[in-house]
Design a protein around this ligand. Structure first.
Ligand SMILES: [Zn+2]
Ligand SMILES: [Zn+2]
Length: 381
């Protein structure tokens, strides 16, 4: 917790000692009082008054326990909140330790990326999940991870596209197509009907943080990679729920592959056998943001991950739309018609955005760097 260097070693004793310093309501009250004070700084007597302790000696004892980890005494003799104090109070107010609310299931206000039916939102006190009762399935293999990652296998039966979500009474919640951890306190200031959108916005902010290189949990550096999941029977992690619709769209998907992308280097010719033109089972790429310090990994579809690319923003803008209001359906791209692999060595993946009759396609490498772009009629792309 030094302010200039990161402690490499995980020392449980050190962590426990830090938390032990908080094991008194008076000390937590001191942190809250400092949080509320101008510039997070106050005098001894101001703090004692704010906390409401008469005994100066006893108050001094508690204050001393917070120094120097959470509170620092300035040269002027006042006390100020240190970073550890800021994060502690922040996580207290976020409800991380105390807010155990649950929300839903309730209508998500978002359409299912697979079938278009209204998705269902549920928050269990730790994670929020978006799933579709119209086309989702009950049995999961536990492969879904953090982020906007579609998961699960196709149901054997048909997909009732027009059936209302509550028209399917299956008892158990289907596998989510998106899920993310969020502290319950995030929802404290919102009406119940806004909670799903708040959760989605929070997830977006979490992903943006990871995308910008900072772990949303430990603030360590993140590495961005593009991963591929195939539809091969034996190694399926993600595959479409609606196999029939996929089959109908397969021609368009495969045809789309060759048009916008032209290898910049003729030497790539030897790598072409993995291209979707010749692969009967398309592969769907997604982005993964992995923290080098704590190892936590967030996954997201390429469409969500590259939404801040200027070409995508301008496509929406030129059609009178705001990319910041793009729905999950617009950008959800664990879908072989919206994101696909054109080459494996080196990896080249395409993500496609369509607004009205126009499309933007971005070609990315295995670190999500955009290496080539296309904008043109959607019919040709
Ligand atoms: Zn659905
Ligand atoms: Zn981390």
């Amino acid at each position: 917790m030094s302010d200039s260097d990161v402690d490499d070693g995980d020392d449980p004793d050190e962590y426990a000692a830090a938390f032990a310093a908080l094991s008194d309501p008076n000390r937590v009250a001191v942190l809250r009082a400092l949080w509320d004070a101008d510039g997070h700084e106050a005098t001894f007597s101001e703090l004692r008054h704010a906390v409401g302790m008469r005994d100066s000696g006893q108050f001094n004892y508690h204050l001393g326990k917070l120094c120097d980890t959470f509170v620092r005494q300035t040269e002027a003799g006042t006390y100020e909140l240190r970073m550890a104090g800021l994060y502690t109070v922040g996580s207290l107010l976020a409800g991380t330790y105390t807010d155990d609310r649950t929300v839903g299931p309730r209508p998500a206000g978002e359409s299912c990326p697979e079938c278009g039916a209204e998705a269902t939102f549920e928050y269990d006190g730790d994670w929020f999940r978006l799933y579709c009762t119209a086309c989702g399935t009950e049995e999961g293999d536990g492969e879904t991870r953090n982020g906007d990652v579609a998961s699960d296998e196709a149901p054997d039966g048909e997909t009732p596209d027009d059936e209302a979500p509550d028209g399917v009474a299956d008892g158990e919640s289907p596998e989510p197509f998106a899920q993310m951890p969020v502290p319950g306190g995030v929802f404290a200031d919102y009406e119940a009907e806004s909670v799903p959108q708040v959760a989605i916005d929070h997830a977006d902010a979490t992903l943006q943080t990871a995308r910008r290189g900072f772990c949303p949990f430990c603030h360590g550096p993140t590495t961005t990679t593009v991963h591929v999941e195939t539809y091969d029977e034996d190694e399926v992690v993600t595959r479409p729920r609606d196999a029939q619709r996929r089959a109908d769209e397969a021609d368009r998907s495969l045809a789309a592959t060759s048009v916008p992308y032209t290898p910049t280097d003729g030497a790539d010719d030897t790598d072409h056998e993995e291209r979707p033109e010749t692969a009967p089972t398309p592969s769907v790429p997604h982005a993964e943001f992995t923290c080098e310090r704590c190892g936590e990994a967030l996954q997201a579809g390429l469409g969500v991950s590259l939404l801040d690319h200027p070409l995508v923003g301008s496509l929406y803008y030129d059609h009178g739309r705001d990319v910041r209001e793009a729905s999950l359906v617009d950008v959800f791209t664990l879908d072989p018609t919206r994101a696909w692999i054109v080459q494996t060595e080196p990896l080249r993946a395409v993500v496609r955005y369509v607004v009205d009759d126009e499309a933007v396609e971005l070609v990315v490498d295995d670190s999500l760097e955009v290496v080539e772009t296309y904008r043109g009629p959607a019919s040709e792309a």
